[in-house]
Write a protein that binds this ligand. Structure first.
Ligand code: ATP
Ligand code: MG
Length: 203
């Protein structure tokens, strides 16, 4: 099986996330894509506006409803301490022996990958597949990924999926929610209802 791994803070999950999953699912003929809300995101130190993890997981579950290849995965949520993707891939690799893992990342994340804990291992544990994100166009240039072979980087460039741009971010959704603005066209309707009914992101 070909399994996509899509991690994020998902604070909240939005239509840009779902478009990325759809695009990589069809582009690489994946069997399943797992949505992994991060427990304690190592990159996000400002936790003031971070919704509790059970809400972020529930929104991922709601968003995946009705999309047959998509499912929430609680592996990062269940683990204490910081969520390092390399540990997650080790765990999922054990769980899905014989399957091929595809680590899905948006264009902004490509530029940050080499700051992640044990980042070089990510390329050994998975095929790293990027999707474009408006405003970010980091590729897999050799100078940004020391120690990764040109062959692997070529594969990453070839694996990259170009989708129709979706200019949505969770940050903007939180800002709109806090200001009483209308963010409903950026999230699945049921996620919008969940945010409103739980009063998430409004101070
Ligand atoms: P925040 O604004 O809080 O950082 P975000 O919208 O960037 O939220 P994340 O949860 O940080 O969402 O991102 C999870 C993954 O989704 C990352 O790999 C990110 O690059 C990707 N991603 C997020 N939004 C988009 C988008 N609009 N298009 C393509 N990829 C995206
Ligand atoms: Mg982000």
């Amino acid at each position: 099986m070909k399994i996509g791994i899509f991690g994020g803070t998902f604070n909240p999950i939005h239509l840009g996330h779902l478009a990325a999953c759809e695009a990589v699912h069809s582009g690489h003929e994946l069997d399943r894509v797992l949505l992994l809300p991060s427990g304690a995101p190592p990159h996000k130190q400002d936790h003031r506006q971070l919704a509790p993890v059970h809400h972020r997981l529930e929104m991922a579950r709601i968003a995946a409803e009705g999309i047959e290849f998509l499912e929430p995965c609680a592996v990062e949520v269940e683990r204490p301490g910081p969520s390092y993707m390399v540990d997650t891939l080790e765990i999922l690799g054990e769980r899905h022996r014989g399957d091929e893992l595809f680590l899905i990342v948006g264009g902004d994340t490509v530029g940050e990958l080499s700051t992640w804990y044990c980042w070089q291992r990510l390329f050994a544990l998975s095929r790293v597949v990027s999707v474009n994100r408006p405003g970010f166009n980091s590729g897999f240039e050799a100078e940004s990924f020391p120690g990764i072979s040109e062959e692997v980087l070529q594969q990453c460039r070839a694996d990259r999926i170009e989708m129709e741009e979706v200019d949505i971010s969770s940050t903007r959704i939180r800002e709109f929610a806090d200001a009483g603005g209308d963010y409903s066209s950026w999230v699945p309707p049921a996620v919008g209802d969940y945010i409103a009914s739980h009063g998430l992101f409004s101070s």
